[in-house]
Write a protein that binds this ligand. Structure first.
Ligand code: AHG
Ligand code: MN
Ligand code: MN
Length: 332
């Protein structure tokens, strides 16, 4: 029986991952993210009853159809951070340009990178959704707006994590001192600590991929997927396939149960689908802090210097041994 009674801001303060001032500021950022998460979770719970399902009819910077709830989730985050003095800039999947917070008296020193609603194809079918976040410190000379100042490699992240809107609403975060999991208690409206220093199993027998893309992959990726489906008692194969279409949900399963999530590049789309700065890098930070890893198949996702805010990247993320093994196939 878990007696959850540590609230998120207290936990971040107690972690003391940074200097006292920075710790207070990051605690504030995470509290505001949690607030946005509560609003989005509430929106999602009522979605079927309030005509917010379906498309806006617009496409975003990625050329993807924007769902009404994508737009609402983005607006929720922007509104929550509008008057804060800690986050200066919000970069989001749903906004072509960085958004500089206008309502603050003093400009904040952090930039927040968001996938406000992850897994949008699940909206209309009541399947899991997430929000993914990454926090970087801006340089002192940055105006908070120029793209060059905002192109940060994953290794420089100050904090990262995700919200997961499933049967419960979860918030998982790292500040570089382990991975901590909070569950929203709907009665009191607080995220309470339910697992501390989460460790991913060193290896696992789950693989999570959109296998409909098999014909588009390189030989190496195809051979890896053939390999995980072979029968071999000694290595516990075949692995089990699990894929929800929500990156945060699929990676969360791999974090807890062990295995590999992959969204490889394709022959005519070598960069793959997922976005580096607000999908791949934050979840790699979480996975690394839990003892696992994240790779493009060739190099660590954390060491990539982005050249564009909305850059895409091939993703192999999960248990340490599974990532290593997939890399061997990709590089063979
Ligand atoms: P988003 O809804 O933010 O655009 O992200 C969708 C992503 C990710 O959540 C998921 O793993 C993947 O796209 C699913 O893509 P496929 O439908 O191609 O499998
Ligand atoms: Mn996404
Ligand atoms: Mn999204």
């Amino acid at each position: 029986m878990i007696h959850a009674s540590t609230a998120l801001p207290t936990h971040v303060l107690n972690e003391q991952a940074f200097t006292p001032t920075d710790t207070i500021e990051i605690s504030h950022v995470l509290s505001q993210i949690a607030l946005a998460g509560k609003i989005i979770a509430s929106d999602l719970r009522h979605a079927g009853m309030s005509d917010v399902l379906g498309s806006t009819g617009k496409t975003n910077i990625q050329g993807e159809e924007v769902q009404k709830l994508d737009e609402r989730a983005n607006t929720t985050f922007v509104n929550v951070f509008e008057a804060n003095e800690v986050v200066r800039t919000v970069v989001s999947e749903e906004m072509e340009k960085p958004y500089v917070v206008r309502g603050a008296r003093r400009p904040g020193k952090y930039a927040l990178y968001l996938d406000p609603l992850d897994g949008s194809s699940n909206i209309d079918v009541d399947a899991p959704l997430g929000s993914i976040f990454s926090v970087h410190r801006l340089s002192e000379t940055s105006d908070g707006e120029s793209e060059q100042d905002l192109l940060k490699p994953g290794v420089d992240q100050v904090a990262a994590g995700y919200l997961l809107y499933g049967p419960s609403t979860l918030l998982v975060y790292t500040c570089g001192k382990g991975v901590h999991l909070f569950t929203l208690d709907p009665e009191i409206g607080e995220f309470l600590l339910t697992a501390q220093n989460v460790q991913a199993p060193a290896r696992g027998k789950l693989y999570s991929v959109n296998e409909g893309n098999y014909q588009k992959w390189s030989k190496g990726v195809q051979q890896y997927i053939d390999f995980v489906k072979e029968s071999d008692v000694a290595s516990d194969r075949p692995y089990s396939s699990r894929y929800s279409g929500c990156f945060a949900a699929d990676v969360h399963r791999v974090l807890l149960k062990g295995g590999l999530y992959l969204y490889p590049g394709e022959m005519d789309k070598p960069e793959g689908k997922l976005r580096l700065m607000y999908e791949a890098a934050p979840l790699t930070f979480v996975m690394e802090q839990a003892g696992g890893g994240g790779s493009t198949g060739v190099e660590s996702l954390q060491s990539i210097q982005p050249t564009r805010l909305h850059q895409r990247v091939p993703v192999f993320i999960g248990s340490h041994e599974n990532v290593q093994q997939a890399q061997q196939f990709v590089q063979a």
